[in-house]
Design a protein around this ligand. Structure first.
Ligand code: ADP
Ligand code: MG
Length: 724
C-alpha cells in the first residue's frame, strides 16, 4: 500500500465495539485480583490471620503460610481458567518482566495435575543475567531471585496468575524499582510517625499516596508501521510540523473520537476488573493526545497499577487498530507527555498530612509537614531532577512544557502568605481557620479547603494543589518508582533532621507548639526565597534567577545522573536505608548505559532513514525536475521558464549535501563514542550526538516542505496526528 492508501484506510476504520459488561462497575471491580475479600473466601482462618499480619505489619512470609495462601489462590485461579503462573517484576528496563510457567506437573500415574504451592508463590529464580544490573552480578553469576511482595495483590491476566515480586541479587542488592521504593516508603513512615505522635498518640503508620495521571498519544497502527522511527524509537525523528496542530486549543477536553472512546472503554473495564480505580479520561492539549487517571492509592500499589495499566494499554490499543506512544516527546513542535505524580502522606488514623486541619493544632501539623517537604525538595532539587532524567524525558525538560529543567515549588498565594506571616508573629500564635474568628490583624489563617489552589501554575514542576503536591516532571514512559523513591527518601531524611532539632528545643523546656514553631522558622526563612517560586517557570529570567538562588540548572542528562553519587545523596540514601553505595553506583552505570544505547539506536535509525528513505525520494524528484528542464531546453532551446524547477533543484542539492555531510559526521561520532570505556564518558559523548540529531533533522524537514507530496515516503505529521 502506498502512503495515500494507508491514510485513507486509517480514516475509514470503524470503531471496534468495546466490551460492555451488562453489570454495574462495582459488580466486577477487582474480580481478577486476589484481594482481601478473596482471602477471606479462599483461605483458612489461620492462614488468613498470618497473611494479613504479614501485609499490615510487614515481616517475612513463612513457608506454612505461603503454602496455605497458594492453596486458596490455586482454587480461585482455576475457577478463572488460569493455566500459567508468572512472577511479575520491574527490572531496570522500561516496562515489566514475566516468565510464564505452566501450572501442570506429573501426577505419577501417567497424567498431569495442576500444581501450585507456597514455594512457587514465594520465590523464583529467573535466569536474570540479561537484565541491567550495573555490574552487581557478573554475567556468569546469573542468579537473582524474585520474591512475592504480599502488599501487592496477585492478579490474573488472560490465562496467567501474576505474582508481583521484588527482584534482588543473592547478595541482597536491589535489581529492580520496587525494592528501593518499598524501603523509601518504610523510611518515610518511620520518620513521620514520631512527629505525628506529638499530635496524636494513636498514629502508628504513615502512608505515602500516589495518584498518577498518565498522558499518552494514540496513532493508527498501519501508519505507525510505515514509520521506522516510531516503531523502533517510539518517536518521530523527522517530520515537518503540520500546518495546524495545537494552536487552536481545540483538542483539549474536546469530544473524544469514537474509535478512541471505544478503546478507552475497553481499557476501563479491564482496569476495573483488576481493581484499578481508573476514574478520569480526557483529551490532552496536543492532537491525538489523551490522559487517564485513577483515584490515588498507596504508593507501592498505585505504582504497580500504573505498570499494569501501561501493559493493558499496549495490548488493547492493538485490538482497536492503534498503537500507544508513551514516549515523552513523540512529535516535535507539539506538547509531549508526562506522568504527573500527585503525592501526599497520610496517617493510619485517616489524617491527610497536607490538608489543613480543623483546629490550630492540626494546622500546625499540616504546616510542619508542608514546610519540611519544601525543605527536602530544596535540599535535593538536583537529585529530584536526576530522578526523572532520561534520554526520552530530556525532550520535555526545559522545552517550554512542565517541567523546566529546574526543580522549584509552587505554593499558591495563600500558603506563601501564611509562611511569611509565620515569620512575623510570635511562635505561640495559633494558626486559625480562615473566617472562623473574623478578620483580625496578627492572626495566621488557613482556609479549611483550598479553593484557589486549582489555579495551578502549569509551569511549576512541583506544585502544591490543596491537599497534595503534584510532581509533574515525571516522564510518561517512566516507572513512577524512580521519582517516588527519591521524593519519599528526601522527605524522610528531612523529617528525621527536623525531629532531632525539635527534640533539642523541647529539651530546653519549651512548650510543644512553641518548640515546633521555633524549629520551623529558620527552615521557612531558608526556603521562602529559594525553592518557593510562583512565577513563570518557562521564562528566561527564571533561568538566571534560579541560578542566583542556588538551584540546579544543569540540562545534560549524563551530568544530572551524577547527582546520585554525590556525598549528599549517598548520605541521604544510606541513612534512610533506601540504597547502599554499591547499589547507587551500579544504578548510575545502568542509567548511563541506557542513555547511550537509546541515543545510539536513534542515531542509527535516523542515519538509515536519511540514507534509505529520504535521499532516494529526493533524488527521484530531482531527476523528474531535471527531465522537465532538459525537455524544455530541447523544445524551446533554453531553460527560460524553468526558474521554479531550477530553484527547487538548487535547494535539493544544498539540503541533500547537508544531510550527507551530517550523517557521515554522526556515524564517525558514534564510532568514537563506542570505544570509550567508561559508561559516563560514553553517555557524555552520546549527549552530543543527541544534539546533532536535531541538526540532521532540519534539512530533512526542509525537504519535506518542497518535495512533491506524492513522492514523500513517510506518513506526515498531519496524517499521523488526526484520528477521525
Ligand atoms: P488534574 O488533571 O486537574 O491535576 P486529575 O483529577 O486528573 O487532576 O488528577 C488528580 C490526581 O490526584 C488523581 O489521581 C487523584 O486521585 C489524585 N489525588 C487527589 N488527592 C490526592 C492525595 N491526597 N494524594 C495523592 N493523590 C491525590
Ligand atoms: Mg494534575
Amino acid at each position: 500500500m502506498d502512503r495515500f492508501e494507508l491514510v485513507r484506510a486509517s480514516f475509514e476504520k470503524k470503531a471496534v465495539a468495546a466490551e460492555n459488561p451488562a453489570m454495574k462497575t462495582s459488580d466486577y471491580f477487582g474480580e481478577l485480583v486476589f484481594d482481601r475479600a478473596k482471602m477471606h473466601k479462599y483461605l483458612d482462618a489461620e492462614t488468613l490471620a498470618a497473611i494479613l499480619k504479614c501485609i499490615d505489619e510487614g515481616g517475612a512470609l513463612d513457608r506454612k503460610t505461603a503454602d496455605g495462601v497458594a492453596k486458596g489462590m490455586k482454587a480461585w485461579a482455576i475457577e478463572h481458567h488460569v493455566t500459567h503462573v508468572t512472577h511479575w517484576f520491574q527490572p531496570l528496563t522500561d516496562g515489566t518482566a514475566e516468565k510464564h510457567d505452566s501450572l501442570i506437573d506429573y501426577d505419577g500415574k501417567g497424567g498431569v495435575i495442576e500444581k501450585f504451592d507456597g514455594k512457587m508463590l514465594a520465590q523464583q529464580e529467573p535466569d536474570a543475567s540479561s537484565f541491567p544490573n550495573g555490574g552487581i552480578r557478573a554475567t556468569f553469576e546469573a542468579r537473582g531471585y524474585t520474591a512475592w511482595d504480599p502488599t501487592s495483590p496477585v492478579f490474573i491476566q488472560d490465562d496467567t496468575l501474576c505474582i508481583p515480586t521484588v527482584f534482588v541479587s543473592y547478595t541482597g542488592e536491589a535489581l529492580d524499582y520496587k525494592t528501593p521504593l518499598k524501603r523509601a516508603l518504610k523510611a518515610v513512615s518511620d520518620a513521620a510517625v514520631p512527629i505525628c505522635q506529638l499530635f496524636d498518640k494513636k498514629v502508628s503508620k504513615v502512608y505515602s499516596y500516589l495518584g498518577w495521571e498518565q498522558e499518552y498519544f494514540l496513532v493508527d497502527e498501519a501508519l505507525y508501521a510505515a514509520r521506522p522511527d516510531l516503531m523502533i524509537t517510539g518517536r518521530t525523528l523527522m517530520g515537518h510540523n503540520s500546518s495546524k496542530n495545537q494552536q487552536l486549543d481545540d483538542h483539549y477536553f474536546g469530544a473524544i473520537p469514537s474509535r478512541v472512546a471505544s478503546f478507552m472503554r475497553d481499557l476501563e473495564v479491564s482496569a476495573h476488573k483488576l481493581g484499578i480505580p481508573v476514574k478520569t479520561r480526557h483529551n490532552e492539549v496536543a492532537p491525538n493526545q489523551f490522559e487517564l487517571a485513577p483515584i490515588f492509592g498507596e504508593t507501592n500499589l498505585a505504582n504497580d497499577q500504573n505498570q499494569i495499566v501501561m501493559n493493558l494499554m499496549n495490548m488493547l490499543a492493538r485490538k482497536h487498530g492503534f498503537v500507544v506512544l508513551f514516549h515523552e516527546k513523540p512529535f516535535d513542535g507539539i506538547n509531549g507527555s508526562g506522568k504527573h505524580n500527585n503525592w501526599s502522606l497520610g496517617t493510619d488514623t485517616g489524617v491527610g498530612l497536607f490538608s489543613p486541619g480543623k483546629d490550630p493544632k492540626s494546622n500546625l501539623q499540616f504546616v510542619t509537614f508542608f514546610v519540611n517537604t519544601l525543605a527536602a525538595v530544596q535540599k535535593h532539587n538536583a537529585l529530584l531532577k536526576a530522578s526523572i532524567a532520561s534520554a526520552t524525558n530530556a525532550h520535555r525538560l526545559g522545552a517550554n512544557e512542565a517541567p523546566p529543567a529546574i526543580v522549584s515549588a509552587f505554593l499558591g498565594k495563600t500558603m506563601t502568605d501564611v509562611l511569611h506571616k509565620l515569620l512575623e508573629v510570635p511562635s505561640d500564635t495559633p494558626i486559625e481557620i480562615a473566617g472562623k474568628k473574623g478578620k483580625s490583624l496578627g492572626l495566621v489563617e488557613i482556609p479549611e479547603i483550598f479553593l484557589d489552589n486549582t489555579d495551578r501554575n502549569r509551569t511549576s514542576p512541583f506544585a502544591f494543589t490543596g491537599n497534595r503536591f503534584e510532581f509533574r516532571a515525571v516522564g510518561s514512559y517512566a516507572n513512577c518508582a524512580g521519582a517516588m523513591t527519591t521524593l519519599n527518601a528526601a522527605v524522610a531524611e528531612q523529617l528525621r533532621e527536623f525531629k532531632a532539632a525539635l527534640d533539642a528545643e523541647l529539651a530546653s523546656g519549651k512548650k510543644l507548639e512553641i518548640a515546633i514553631m521555633d524549629t520551623l522558622k529558620p527552615i521557612i526563612k531558608s526556603i521562602i526565597d529559594v525553592v518557593c517560586f510562583d512565577g513563570n517557570g518557562y521564562s528566561d529570567e527564571w533561568q538566571v534567577e534560579a541560578k542566583k538562588r542556588g538551584l540546579d540548572v544543569e540540562t545534560s542528562v549524563p551530568e544530572m545522573i551524577k547527582e546520585f553519587t554525590t556525598p549528599d545523596a549517598m548520605k541521604l540514601f544510606t541513612s534512610t536505608g533506601v540504597y547502599t553505595e554499591k547499589e547507587l553506583e551500579a544504578r548510575n552505570e545502568v542509567k548511563w548505559e541506557t542513555y547511550s544505547k537509546k541515543i545510539q539506536i536513534e542515531s542509527r535509525v535516523m542515519v538509515r532513514m536519511a540514507t534509505n528513505h529520504i535521499i532516494p525520494a529526493v533524488l527521484e524528484y530531482k531527476a523528474k525536475l531535471l527531465k522537465e528542464v532538459a525537455l524544455n531546453k530541447e523544445i524551446f532551446g533554453s531553460t527560460e521558464g524553468c526558474e521554479v524547477e531550477l530553484e527547487i533543484i538548487g535547494k535539493i542539492n544544498r539540503f541533500a549535501a547537508e544531510i550527507q555531510e551530517k550523517a557521515t559526521a554522526m556515524r564517525e561520532a558514534r564510532k568514537k563514542a563506542n570505544v570509550l570505556e567508561s559508561e559516563y564518558d560514553k553517555a557524555v559523548a552520546y549527549h552530543e550526538i543527541a544534539e546533532d540529531l536535531a541538526a540532521l533533522r532540519r534539512p530533512i524537514d526542509k525537504l519535506e516542505e518542497i518535495v512533491d507530496n506524492k513522492m514523500w515516503p513517510l506518513p506526515k505529521y498531519r496524517e499521523l496526528l488526526f484520528i477521525s
